[in-house]
Ligand binder design. Structure first.
Ligand SMILES: Cc1cc2nc3c(=O)[nH]c(=O)nc-3n(C[C@H](O)[C@H](O)[C@H](O)COP(=O)(O)O)c2cc1C
Length: 229
């Protein structure tokens, strides 16, 4: 299984979201999954902000694009290909000011592309092209935004991720939100990390079971084809 693993925290060794995304990949390996990882650190390889040239190039039909327009879109084309080639996507990020880090927003602006990650259908609708991929979002938050907490209405991160990725075909992503990791006492922080690790272990078991069922049905199809040949 090919996994695209994306980190977005400004912190490095001290980052909780980075540690949790590494933990998740370790659990997948422990489950016996054969994984190939395509890693992207958005704080190192940050996609550019949307420019005027990008807005013109992206909405020009591909057969009408000039060499300059193609060059403007080249990095975004390559990012879209990496996503489309993956079987699963793991996105880890902290909450910054109630939403996503700006590097992750720049990433979304680069991968939401007409003709690549979504298509226009004949009846005027759009069809996201990432319906095949399993998707996990790991988020880390300083406050506790769970239902019932005074901060719960401040979560602008989860709906923004659901909308942006729903548009490109991701219907049912998983979310593991580690919280509260900062605005709390130490016991609550430790408990929050433990809860997140437990949830990640369960998601890893679920992905492994799914991968096994996929390879079992592929073998079954192969066997039936061999019999009928
Ligand atoms: C610039 C900045 C803005 C933040 N804004 C919020 C916020 O709006 N809500 C919140 O709960 N935590 C906020 N935090 C706290 C982080 O989300 C929290 O510490 C998280 O665990 C950081 O993840 P990391 O360790 O992977 O970097 C903010 C932290 C920083 C540095």
């Amino acid at each position: 299984m090919k996994i695209m693993h994306v980190d977005a925290s400004a912190k490095r060794e001290r980052s909780n979201s980075r540690a949790l995304s590494r933990y998740f990949l370790e659990r997948l390996r422990e489950e016996g999954m054969d994984i190939e990882v395509d890693y992207l650190d958005l704080t190192v390889d940050t996609p550019p902000h949307v420019s005027e040239a990008f807005t013109i190039a992206t909405y020009t039909p591909s057969h009408e694009r000039t060499a300059a327009m193609k060059a403007t879109l080249a990095a975004s084309d390559a990012l879209c290909k990496r996503l489309l080639d993956a079987d699963a996507l793991v996105f880890a990020m902290p909450m910054y000011n109630w939403s996503m880090p700006s590097v992750f927003k720049a990433f979304i602006d680069s991968i939401t592309r007409t003709g690549l990650t979504y298509l226009f259908t004949d009846d005027g609708h759009t069809e996201g092209q990432l319906a095949r991929q399993r998707v996990l979002f790991i988020t880390s938050r300083g406050a506790d935004l769970r239902a019932g907490s005074p901060y719960s209405s401040m979560d602008a991160l989860t709906p923004a991720l659901k909308a942006a990725f729903g548009f490109i075909g991701v219907a049912a992503p998983s979310f593991v939100d580690a919280q509260p990791l900062q605005f709390s006492d130490e016991a609550a922080r430790i408990e929050a990390l433990e809860r997140a690790r437990t949830e990640l272990t369960a998601v890893a078991a679920n992905w492994a079971a799914w991968a096994k069922s996929q390879s079992a049905s592929a073998l079954d199809i192969h066997a039936r084809q061999a019999v009928s040949a």
